[in-house]
Design a protein around this ligand. Sequence first.
Ligand code: LMG
Ligand code: NDP
Ligand code: PMR
Length: 407
Amino acid sequence: MALQAASLVPASFSIPKEGKSSASLRDTTLFGLSFSDTVKSDLTSSALRSKREFHKKFGAVRAQTVATEAPAVKAGAPGGKKTLRKGSVVITGASSGLGLATAKALAETGKWHVIMACRDFLKAERAAKSAGIAKENYSIMHLDLASLDSVRQFVDNFRRSERPLDVLVCNAAVYLPTAKEPTYTAEGFELSVGTNHLGHFLLSRLLLDDLNKSDYPSKRMIIVGSITGLLIKICFGNTNTLAGNVPPKANLGDMRGLAGGLNGLNTSSMIDGGDFDGAKAYKDSKVCNMLTMQEFHRRYHEETGITFASLYPGCIATTGLFREHIPLFRLLFPPFQKFITKGFVSEDEAGKRLAQVVSDPSLTKSGVYWSWNKDSASFENQLSQEASDADKARKVWEISEKLVGLA
Ligand code: LMG
Ligand code: NDP
Ligand code: PMR
């Protein structure tokens, strides 16, 4: 399986040295279908006006692709100062919450072009507009992580856009705490783990090759983790396990459910093989996200120089993540986090934190799980025993690559 994974990276591959320019040739020979045709199918027939907007936008995407072919660093002013081209970052689930706030924070610097990888094109377009993101700083591409076909289609479309990939942010997630019965992705995986972990697992494995081809000085892959099941320093600056101990706790067990495909038919819909619990499924999926980041680091950091990182952005109690929770929870959760746990962070602040992990020159260390203290300074946090277990990480990786058809 390690061989399989390595085969994603072409043998002729060379790692660009920092600061040197080696503009990469991207695969432009994919399929006869045009990008606009593919995304068009996501638009409802009644949305003609937005469709026109989309075509305008799409035109802009194509026009911009030429400019991004420039080498990452080129000699600038006669003084010899080198200039860095705009970075190109893909953010999944950028249509709301943390993803949108991060897109905004990065776009505002003028140094980044954000590819918002979203399942709902019109929602993403409206969100970008109302966040005030300038149109030359973003484009939207369709991605539904609850369908592996869609993930593969996204990768094809992205490659055809001929943009470089400098940073990938796996941010999207669903949380279904009140669901009594499991629901499933297109391939029949329980929806939370299927979307949050397996969809991102396939996406990140496929895009590793593209990241590798980038000549940007600091290439990064970031998977948004959480406090779930972790040791974390929040309250009063002391290590405490309170938040990670709110039941139901994350636990992958022996992964018999995952190995069986989480389909709820001949196997459990839960990773550990237990009865369905939507909150636990989410927390388990976050543990998988953090294990995946570390496995990427172990397998690819040295070879590729890519920085692999995860983070806990703080408790962003106001986002759409809690949309499925009961109204009482949605009402009480923000003040509870603000005034009692003091773990609350606004969407804007959390967006700035994730934007730091994307672009701050001081956050280049790989394999790190970033957190922030109450003065909003970043620090390297410790992962819980389960989330830092190398054998578990390898097992999640190997089972996941079978499930998504990579092994
Ligand atoms: C479970 O239910 C489901 O059963 C499970 O299937 C799964 O979905 C899981 O995690 C998801 O949820 C959750 C249920 C019980 O919670 C609710 O949905 C009800 C809403 C409770 C919201 C919690 C916040 C309560 C805050 C109350 C105070 C807010 C006021 C703020 C105003 C400040 C003004 C200054 O959830 C539970 O886990 C039990 C919750 C029981 C609520 C009891 C409230 C106690 C609040 C005080 C806690 C004190 C702890 C302080 C520690 C702070 C450290 C210093
Ligand atoms: P939101 O619900 O606001 O954002 C989640 C995003 O994921 C939305 O844009 C949503 O799209 C997208 N998404 C959901 N399903 C899919 C799918 N199948 N395909 C593509 N995109 C999808 O929540 P947050 O901003 O809070 O969550 C962002 C990340 O932060 C998550 O990884 C979460 O686990 C993590 N996190 C959040 C914390 C918090 O306190 N809020 C704490 C710790 C971590 P759409 O807009 O179409 O619904
Ligand atoms: Mg939790 C240090 C205190 C702390 C922090 C930082 C969080 C973060 N939470 C804390 C404490 C508590 N929470 C306590 C004492 C309780 C019992 C009242 C509690 C309850 C609670 C619930 C019911 N908390 C929750 C829920 C959710 O449904 C959220 C969840 O688990 O989503 C998966 C949640 C969260 N608390 C947090 C954070 C960051 C969340 C969102 C979690 C995430 O995305 O992983």
